[in-house]
Design a protein around this ligand. Structure first.
Ligand code: XMP
Length: 319
């Protein structure tokens, strides 16, 4: 019978068989799939697992520290944290086109990951959080936005270059199965049931050029939205929710002062497969509360709008 316990036992055995006494490298992203691989491999081979976690400066509020807390501190996983905010922002300077931003972020990630990997001696395996839908998606041609699926985790070329063998222990599993395994392995449910987050992160939620100031502002607004969704028990009822930073400026009055500042858009959708989606009909009172908190608490924001576009025609992300 399919139970998370049985699957885990089977995978632990398979991993130990394949890997033997060799070392395994894993890129942690903060997402569910790589998190579950980390937990599984840690249980299977303990200190033979080395994780690299790249903080690209485009993560959600406190996300990097949370990843480190969960894996390094609580679980005792070996995690090398690379603070790469400056490198990402420098390479993104002046880049405005969404697909170009994706490319720059993906390439920078790969460069940094490669650098870290080549410093590690004795690693023979590269583990990846590939799951069954990724296998299918990469096989078929995709319409719509061109993107490398999981460009974030896909360290192209690295396995050959470093002579690494590929380890993909979740390759035949669906998302809900991966989540059940994560819970069974003791990962916090907040991590396991977190809304999806795009590989390029806030880089595609700050329209146009990405700056540190915009990222800091967006992180605060997004945090307020998510915090209130959780408080109102709405977080699990929507499939994905987030804030977007719009670099157009709008006039507002705060106290006696006229403001002329960027705008925050809120997006929340309900969907099964993320290929089509309906905008979430969040209660007006709830939206009112989130708007008030954002304009009161986030410096430089005096206008908040709610996105009521379905997919199609709108994509879920704004870029
Ligand atoms: P769209 O915007 O295409 O998004 O309706 C569908 C789902 O995919 C996520 N998404 C991405 N994930 N790299 C990723 O890893 C990307 O470049 C990317 N773009 C969109 C999006 O968050 C949504 O869940």
């Amino acid at each position: 019978a399919w139970t998370p316990g049985n699957i885990i036992a089977e995978r632990l055995e398979q991993v130990r068989q394949s890997v033997g006494a060799e070392q395994v490298l894993l890129g942690l992203s903060g997402g569910v799939d790589s998190a579950v691989v980390a937990a599984l491999l840690h249980k299977a081979i303990g200190a033979q697992l080395v994780c690299v976690f790249v903080d690209n400066g485009l993560l959600r509020l406190d996300e990097a520290d949370q990843v480190m807390r969960t894996f390094a501190r609580h679980m005792g996983v070996r995690v090398i944290r690379v603070d790469a905010e400056r490198r990402f922002l420098e390479r993104l300077h002046g880049v405005e086109d969404p697909e170009q931003k994706r490319k720059v972020i993906g390439n920078t990630f790969i460069d940094i990951f490669d650098d870290e990997a080549s410093k590690l001696e004795g690693v023979k395996w590269l583990a990846q959080g590939t799951i069954y839908p990724d296998v299918i998606e990469s096989a078929g041609a995709r319409t719509g936005k061109a993107r490398v699926i999981k460009s974030h985790h896909n360290v192209a070329g690295l396995p050959e270059q470093m002579n690494l063998k590929l380890l993909e222990p979740l390759r035949d599993l669906f998302k809900d199965e991966v989540r059940q395994i994560g819970i069974e392995l003791g990962l916090p449910s907040e991590m396991v049931y977190r809304h999806p987050f795009p590989g390029p992160g806030l880089g595609v939620r700050i329209l146009g050029e990405v700056t540190k100031a915009a990222a800091d502002t967006l992180r605060q607004a997004d945090q307020i939205f998510i915090e209130e969704l959780r408080r109102a028990d709405l977080y699990d009822q929507v499939s994905q929710a987030f804030a977007v930073y719009l670099p157009v400026r709008s006039v507002g009055v705060v106290g006696d002062n006229r403001q002329y500042e960027p705008v925050i858009a809120l997006r929340a959708v309900e969907t099964i497969d993320f290929m089509t989606a309906r905008w979430a009909h969040l209660p007006y009172d709830f939206l009112d509360l989130v708007c008030r908190r954002i304009v009161n608490e986030v410096k430089g924001i005096s206008r908040v709008v709610y996105d009521i576009t379905g997919k199609p025609p709108g994509t879920i992300e704004w870029e």
